[in-house]
Design a protein around this ligand. Sequence first.
Ligand code: ADP
Length: 863
Amino acid sequence: MGDFYETFCGAAERTARLLEIALTSREDSTGEYPMAGIPIDNAESYIEELLEAGYRVAVADQVEEPGETSGVVERAVTRVITPGTLTEDELLAGDDNNFVAAIARDDERLGLALLDVSTGDFYATSATAAESVADEVSRFDPSEAVVGPDASADPVPDDCMVTPFDARAFDRERAGETLAAYFRNPDALLAGDAEIRACGALLAYAEYVRGGEHEGERGDTDEERVTAVLEGDADQHLEYITQLTRYDPREYLLLDAVALRSLELFEPRTVHGRDDATLVGVLDETASALGGRTLRDWLRRPLLDPVRIEARHDAVAELKSAVQRREQLHDRLREVYDLERLIGRISRERANARDLCSLRETLAVVPEIRDLLADADCERLRDLHEALDPLVDVRELIADAIVDEPPIEITEGGIIATGYDDDLDDLRGTARDGKQWIDDLEERERERTGIDSLKVGHNSVHGYYIEVTNPNLESVPDNYQRRQTLKNSERFVTPELKDREDEIVGAQQRADEREYELFCEIRREVAAEVERVQRLADAIATLDALVSLATVAAQYDYCRPEILEHDGRDGLVIDIDGGRHPVVERTQESFVPNDAHLTSDRRLAVITGPNMSGKSTYMRQVAQIVLLAQVGSFVPARAARLTPVERVFTRVGASDDIAGGRSTFMVEMDELATILREADERSLVLLDEVGRGTSTADGMAIAQAITEHLYDEVGATTLFATHHHPLTELTADLAAAFTLHFEVDQDDGEVVFHHEIAPGAATGSYGVEVATAAGVPDPVVDRSRELVADAAEADRETDATSAVDSSGEPGSEPTESATGDTTADGGDVPTDVAAELRALDLGHLTPVEALTELDRLKRLLEE
Ligand code: ADP
């Protein structure tokens, strides 16, 4: 209404509170109800707030001119704005995709479709297990998931909005039809009904939310919009969705949600972490939004195929050594606009003339970029050289048709260049001549009337006028008609001036209309080239990502990893000399490089060392180096030889977690269960202080059992960090297991960390020393020392006793019976006594109570 979008009733109350706008009321025959108005001028920022608060927004506009009807002006829902389907640049991060997902189920599979409505990036996959779909969802991190009646929202993380959508959209046949409007043979493109239903439903949803200038004429309610889309009545086709990438998760290195987080791919591990303290942060030197998104996609889906990996390495190597060319490329790429979103807007008929100019400017730098690749050696760069089509026809069309600096508005003229259209030039000529006539009028009338102070002016109410001051009024000629009386003057018009004015206004109006018509025509012509523009965008994006990797490699002294082919079903080879943690090394003044040598003969490393000595940094750096190599990047190391890893699992001790809801121990066990179920001999597993959420004995037992299982049954390459010393003994019985440790020195009671890894187990845990270094008060530290000494003494005594025991009875090693309970003389312990002994809570017995208990148990035995 007027300058406001109005919300009513419950929506009014909520928006008023949330957006801090005034809550008023409205009255009609049904009574009084709440109302709140959102200023149209500022609507986008209010809409943004609503989205952030987890709402979807439907915008209803007037779809008739108020003058055209009597009674209430017709309104219709013209736009639906949801977090996953944003296209407004202001609401989107440039260098990241914004995906909406759809999930559908058939008998055995769960299908997943992912679409970025702003760019047209479209993916599909499926899996039998909900967990695998959940892993894919966490890779793409959609902000919204559309679900049908039969697919639960299970695989969707909490921060993703779940939108139930019309069941009809998920219908197999209808989904097939929706898809067929976009792709030639969807059945061949996709694998199975679940994928088809997910993709079809997602396209229907994208059509439903689509905003366009040609729609909203049906007086639609939200529901009618859905139906119109599903019945194929609405012209909502999204021309720029031209490609659907169907992939199998097994073609890429799989990182489960936990690994994504703990390896800091996209988000810092700690709440207070700096934003650039992520893998993407250290790797992203891209110049354009296009390249930024591609780099993120590569990180999301690291490759497995050595040929594809090496193709990227070849390109990075070439760009790394060609310093000058690389820098020139980077500079040119900075001038590239977000072609994908531009062509998306053009295709949705949402683009203005400035968007077309941005396209023109981008196309103008393409030949320069292309030239810089003219002597490229490696195949990847040569292919890109080929693919960089400067779209000369499109550029010339825009250059010929659109002025250099057009206004934002597309209906008010000033857009189309002179010489492009004869009709337009004529209209403009008429307007110009008329204006010239008026410009000359003042001079002419002064001469004719002899009034030197006569003026010709213009205002918005009366249009053009001739102004004469009061003393000269008697010299006014007959054909002057009085229009307005001011204090010191009168304003007049003449019939001729009026005619001229009408002519100017008419010509201008028709010129504006003609310009808008021409603009829409040109925009449609450009939109018809959507596939070529997208291919060009792909090539630029890839090049930018490669240049970025090369820049990082050069700047931070990364080396090219050697990629080894897998040899049969043997395990992994991870051979790193002088490896560094790519993220930590950036935040640290100096970083100590460390080696890692893992093969199928050395596939379980138990790493010990005090807290803060560098265990978890070491483990994560191994995984990150592997990951970077498979992304196509060089790696922070002196040298690296690697077989592609198929899956990376990480489990970091519960104490570091801020998981809500379930107990952290439950979360940990749950994640471990997943690892045990899903890992195999081409998996890299990082276990950092597992089993901390329960008693020490329990925790150590669980940690040991898990490690043994991973070793024996799974065959995964495992790095296992613990500060529980006894766990290093576990390696003694396992041929392919070994120990590593971090050395620390004590200097005058203070611990000195060297962060240098060495073979063997650590000698102590240095907990007390770390406490000192951390500033725990002296008396507490001293008391801790005493207790540690006592415990060590107690250990020695037990060791001594057992030594005496076994030597006291040579040849009769204590054997364990099937039940495991034996007395010193070999007789069975009655089960009730054993049970009571086990149940004794030694920690809470006083010495006297303990003696009494012992006495009682002894009597029981004697009975
Ligand atoms: P742990 O897992 O043994 O408790 P971390 O791996 O968390 O120890 O390391 C503690 C800190 O030590 C890190 O935050 C980092 O600042 C520093 N550090 C770790 N490894 C190195 C290294 N190789 N070179 C320099 N500093 C390191």
